[in-house]
Every structure is written in structure tokens, then in C-alpha cells.
Design a binder for this molecule. Structure first.
Ligand code: NDP
Length: 318
């Protein structure tokens, strides 16, 4: 372990072997491996305990759960397992990092840290449409979390924007509550996996508006409709709706690392096959480095690799 530093500024500096930035499947799996290797580890878990699975109704494809598992339950299981091996998980967000000197420096709103090694596992966040009304009505009819907000749409009408796995998975979930679920997609073919397509086409509550984009969210106190533009025939129409669920992909949470780590043009952290970033001692795992797969099992796998490489770097793993 690195020896503690004298108190700096108004906040004492806390020293750890390993700091893990992010408490989703990647960060928590890294914490399980680091804990079992007796690496003194703190996880800055951020504001969404358990990460993205917490926002997902059902995870059907994580091995070991033949009947599927609730996203929230899976997140809790990851957390409990990491804590069992001694990881300290705190609900803090890293606000500043300095990887130019060793031990590395990390700050959150309430603490400052020094660490011998760092694993970046800050994940990705839902991409916004960037249209008028979207931000204004966020939380008042616009959402990117059906698991969190679906319940409020009992017997109401909702639209889902997007055609990928997330959009169709959540559209299916919303049919538990809503009277109708209208999927608005910019093409005439879904990107979603075949099993989701089959289920969505067979569900009488789900309808589709193809080849169309949402141009504006309309409302007064809450959402009342959307303005939709058909890309094929140029028509514009108003669709009445009580809720707008946006699932058009994700953006990596990497702003903090601009100028510190090499990123690709879309903001994903670049790494080699062993999860090393361009800075020795800083490793990366999960969706913040994965533009392609974004699966819980892959986030967990890269978290395990990152932790084993961090152990090796710290001299704890030959
Ligand atoms: P995807 O990138 O797979 O899909 C995004 C969808 O949004 C596409 O249909 C895309 O259209 C559409 N889109 C993108 N930008 C816009 C825009 N500006 N306006 C309108 N539509 C837009 O993202 P997902 O979040 O669905 O999935 C991300 C990853 O997570 C995938 O790898 C997916 O497999 C995985 N995932 C898996 C789940 C599961 O297996 N249970 C559940 C959820 C996610 P177009 O098709 O035309 O490009």
C-alpha cells in the first residue's frame, strides 16, 4: 500500500493501491478480482449504484441465470460480491484526475485520493435526440429509463424512439403498463436482435412508425405529443402521446479524461487487448472503451482483465 500523504487543502488525501472509477459491471467485477488479490481498493461508484443494469428491467443473456434476472437484482449481486472481498464502494463521482504524476491523483466533490493504479470504468450514458422540447420535458414525459418510469404510464400511450436492442427491449417492457407503445424508427428495418423483433411484431400493443424521426417534443405541463417527420415522403405529422422514451444509443462518459488518456474521435478510451491505456498504470474496462458490444458479460470480462493487469502492475500478480 502507498503511505498516506499529509492532509492537503481542506480535505485529507486518502491513499489506495487501486482506485476504480465507476460502479457498473466492469468496475464491480474489477473490484471482485482486486479484492480477492488483497489489493486495497476503493470504487467511486457514481450516482447509479450497479451501473446500467439497474436501469434495465430484465437481463436475459447473462450466463448463470437460465430464467433471466432483473437488472436491479444483478447489479445488487455484483455489489454484494465485490463488498464480500473487501472493496470499499462509495457513491462519489470522480470530478478531476491527474495521471501525469505518480501516485495518480483523483478528486471527487468530497474527497481527494492518490492511487498506485487506476481502472477507468465510467461507462456510457444514453444519447439524447437533441431536439426542441426534449430537455424541457425530461422527467415530465421524456425518459430514457422505462424500468424507472414505466410504472407511471398505466393505461397511457407512449412512444419509443430507436430501433436497436434497447428500444425494443424497453418497448416490450412498457407494454406491461401502457395501453399502446408506438416505436418510431428512422429506417424500415429494426437493428434489434431477431428474438426481440419476433416478440415486438407479435405484441398487439406495439405499433410502428417507420422511416421517421421525431423533430420536436410537444406539451404544456407534461408531454402531450411529438412532431414526426417522414424521411421517405417528407410528410410531417403530430402524434398524440403521454410519454417519449428515447433509446438511440449511448455515449461514453470520458470527458474527464480528455488530455489525460488517448480517446478515439467518438470519445471512447483507447486500449490494447489487455485493457492498458496509453498511460502505464491506468487501465480501462466496460462501455467507456466499447463502441461495439456493450454487453454486461463483456463489461464484466474486461473488468476482470483490467484488475488482473492492475495487480500485475502493482506487483501483486506475477
Ligand atoms: P444501438 O446503437 O444498437 O441502436 C440505436 C438505435 O437508434 C438504432 O436503431 C439507430 O438507428 C437509432 N438511432 C441512432 N441515432 C438516432 C437518431 N439521431 N435519431 C433516430 N434514431 C437514431 O443502441 P442500443 O442502445 O439499442 O444498444 C446498444 C448496445 O447494447 C448494443 O450492442 C445492444 O445489442 C446492447 N443491448 C443489448 C440488450 C440485450 O441484449 N438485452 C439490451 C439493450 C442493449 P439505425 O438502426 O438506423 O442505425
Amino acid at each position: 500500500m502507498i503511505s498516506p500523504e499529509p492532509t492537503g487543502g481542506d480535505r485529507p488525501v486518502q491513499a489506495y493501491d487501486l482506485m476504480i472509477l465507476g460502479g457498473g459491471p466492469a468496475g464491480l467485477t474489477a473490484a471482485i478480482y482486486a479484492g480477492r488479490a488483497r489489493v486495497q481498493t476503493r470504487v467511486l461508484g457514481g450516482t447509479l449504484p450497479g451501473g446500467q443494469p439497474s436501469r434495465t428491467a430484465e437481463v436475459d443473456n447473462y450466463p448463470g441465470f437460465p430464467d433471466g434476472v432483473g437488472g436491479g437484482e444483478l447489479a445488487q449481486r455484483f455489489t454484494a460480491q465485490a463488498e464480500r472481498f473487501g472493496a470499499e464502494i462509495v457513491p462519489e463521482m470522480a470530478t478531476e484526475v491527474d495521471f501525469s504524476e505518480r501516485p495518480f491523483r483523483i478528486r471527487s466533490a468530497r474527497s481527494q485520493y492518490r492511487a498506485g493504479a487506476v481502472i477507468v470504468a465510467t461507462g456510457a450514458v444514453p444519447r439524447p435526440l437533441g431536439i426542441p422540447g426534449e430537455e424541457e420535458f425530461y422527467g415530465r414525459g421524456v425518459s430514457s429509463c422505462a424500468t424507472c418510469d414505466g410504472f407511471f404510464y398505466q393505461d397511457r400511450e407512449v412512444v419509443v424512439v430507436g430501433g436497436g436492442d434497447a428500444a425494443i427491449d424497453e418497448a416490450l417492457f412498457l407494454t406491461k403498463f401502457a395501453r399502446t407503445v408506438t416505436v418510431i424508427h428512422r429506417r424500415d428495418t429494426l437493428r434489434a436482435t431477431e428474438i426481440y423483433r419476433e416478440q415486438a411484431f407479435a405484441n398487439p400493443k406495439i405499433g410502428f412508425i417507420w422511416d421517421s424521426v421525431v423533430e420536436e417534443v410537444l406539451g404544456d405541463k407534461t408531454v402531450t405529443g411529438v412532431r414526426v417527420h417522414n424521411l421517405k415522403n417528407g410528410d410531417t405529422s403530430m402524434i398524440r402521446t403521454d410519454g417519449v422514451f428515447v433509446y438511440i444509443g449511448m455515449e461514453p462518459q470520458s470527458d474527464l479524461f480528455v488530455g489525460q488518456l488517448e480517446l478515439d474521435p467518438s470519445g471512447y478510451v483507447l486500449s490494447n487487448a489487455r485493457q492498458h491505456t496509453n498511460v502505464p498504470g491506468v487501465f480501462v474496462a466496460g462501455d467507456v472503451q466499447d463502441p461495439n458490444y456493450r454487453q454486461v458479460v463483456i463489461a464484466a470480462g474486461t473488468g476482470a482483465i483490467a484488475a488482473m493487469e492492475a495487480e500485475r502492475y502493482l506487483g501483486k500478480y506475477p
